[in-house]
Design a protein around this ligand. Structure first.
Ligand code: AMP
Ligand code: MG
Length: 488
């Protein structure tokens, strides 16, 4: 177990040439206090949980003091935002403190988001508010517990320092961990500046550290692009299967490691609605739920273009050419597992048809999938708890009869299928209203217990937790007024 003083820093990104970042120190915040932390994320750094009680740690996560061995910087990147190229973005409010090397030999970059202005802040204040920090903290840890690749969140530190958004709010910093925060936009910035060497050097760095199996290839770049496309396809399949909508799929928010990155106005589906738009500012629905797989493909094309200086256009387009099939296969696999069906034509048509029924009947996606685990294949259409979710019972009965028949034909055992389905159909997800309740208590009363409760609940999303039954319910009426936007 490490103490603050015994953490080992590697700082591989900081050892790259300065073209990729600006060295910058966090701007201190007054009187920081610990809001919450994730013991599981702490363990990634081998940090002793007892260290959380030390004021030095809170001061460090607030950006008020650096530890020996840290090398603070803000990374440069660009990106396509809502379809338009923006030549200079970069960490406008996140500062990479350093990369911790744990005992297992894994490197974890430690980044504090909301750490003050950097050379990439443009007009922004470099801060993040408590509200958005709570959402990012809870969602990254919840996604991890769901088995979905994501950046992690170690802690939130708050300060009463005022931050001006639509209203006056208070500042907070989320400590994020990831093997790397390199984005598609980290490559795009050099492509649009016609700088080939920085593209090659960054690709070599990412390959050597994160795609080491490709390192020895004579020409690793096309395989690298192919590997990123595959990870992205698998990530999209997981988002679609769980009903997660990211909200701002700009290329600067696309991880080169296929991680869920930059939690902003994200949302989980309540009632199944393919056109669901979680970001109140996304009036055109560019990033609507059902657009995500195609947007990822478009974003991959932007990455492929940025890598064209390292390969021919034809090679680049071939390297991402399997994305549609990879996504389709991964998606059908995940959805088949959620329905307890062996892969094949029957599964595919049952999946498509049930999603259409859910949409037409405004059925809660998570509740339906969880109840489906207990489907009794002998009584088919008469499964009352499921049937009650639908207005159009006739249509549901017809689907349930087909589903039951396929299950029987596949020789599916109800008890075994139920157990397997419960492992892939979460009972608890971070619904907006749950996050909102935790936010209001924290902001209005400095009461962080609801964050803690949600964090604990969502660490075991697929387990029955009877004392938390109410957290699995459909959103209450007041939740309709919650609006989330890019403001954070
Ligand atoms: P996001 O939509 O959060 O991914 O942010 C897009 C870009 O705006 C990134 O370069 C951020 O660093 C930057 N940004 C967002 N909010 C702020 C802020 N309050 N101050 C400075 N830069 C910001
Ligand atoms: Mg971003």
């Amino acid at each position: 177990m490490a103490t603050l003083e015994s953490l080992q820093f590697d700082n591989s990104f900081a050892r790259l040439p300065e073209a990729y970042y600006s060295r910058v120190c966090p701007t201190p915040v007054p009187d920081p206090y610990l809001v919450c932390y994730s013991a599981e994320a702490l363990a990634l750094l081998d940090l002793d949980p007892g260290e959380m009680a030390r004021p030095e740690l809170v001061e460090t996560l607030a950006g008020n003091r650096l530890l020996p061995g840290m090398d603070a910087l803000a990374a440069l990147y660009a990106g396509h935002q809502f379809g338009h190229y923006v030549p200079q973005l970069g960490d406008g409010r996140a500062i990479l403190l350093g990369e911790v090397l744990n005992a297992a030999g894994d490197g974890w970059e430690v980044q504090i988001k909301g750490a003050g202005r950097t050379p990439y802040s443009r007009g922004g204040d470099g801060r993040a508010v408590l509200r958005s920090s709570i959402r990012e903290f809870l969602c990254s840890e919840a996604m991890h517990a769901l088995g979905i690749p994501t950046t992690r969140a170690l802690a939130i530190v708050g300060s009463d320092h005022p931050v001006y958004r639509e209203d006056v709010e208070t500042a907070a910093l989320v400590t994020r961990l990831a093997p790397s925060f390199v984005r598609f936009g980290s490559f795009e910035v050099f492509y649009y500046r016609n700088q080939v060497e920085p593209i090659r050097h960054l690709a070599d760095y990412v390959i050597a550290r994160y795609y080491p199996e490709l390192k020895s290839l004579a020409d690793p770049y096309p395989e690298f692009l192919r590997a990123v496309a595959l990870r992205t396809a698998e990530l999209m399949a997981q988002w679609q299967a769980v009903g997660f909508s990211h909200g701002v799929m700009n290329t600067d928010n696309m991880s080169i490691l296929g991680l869920t990155l930059d939690y902003g106005p994200f949302g989980f589906l309540d009632a199944f609605d393919p056109g669901f738009i979680c970001n109140h500012s996304d009036t055109g629905g560019r990033y609507a739920f059902d657009q995500q797989p195609d947007v990822a493909a478009w974003n991959l094309t932007r990455l492929a273009q940025a890598l064209v200086p390292l390969m021919s256009v034809e090679t680049a387009s071939q390297a991402i050419g399997d994305y549609p099939q990879d996504f389709g296969r991964a998606y059908l696999e995940r959805m088949g597992a959620k329905l307890g069906l062996a892969p094949g034509k029957d599964a595919a048509s049952l999946i498509m048809d049930v999603l259409q029924l859910l949409a037409q009947n405004h059925v809660d996606y998570t509740i339906f999938m969880r109840r489906l685990c207990d489907f009794d294949s002998a009584i088919g259409a008469l499964n009352a708890p499921l049937r009650d979710l639908f207005r159009d019972r006739v249509a549901f009965d017809a689907w349930a009869a087909r589903y039951g028949a396929v299950l029987r034909r596949q020789g599916s055992n109800d008890a075994e299928r139920a157990a397997a389905m419960r492992r892939v159909n979460p009972k608890y997800i971070l619904r907006n209203h749950l996050a909102e309740t935790a936010i209001r208590r924290a902001a209005d009363f400095r009461d962080y217990s609801e964050i803690e409760r949600l964090h604990r609940l969502l660490a075991r999303p697929c387990d029955e937790q009877p004392e938390f039954e109410a957290y699995a319910a459909e959103p209450p009426d007041w939740a309709r007024t919650i609006e989330v936007s890019c403001s954070s």
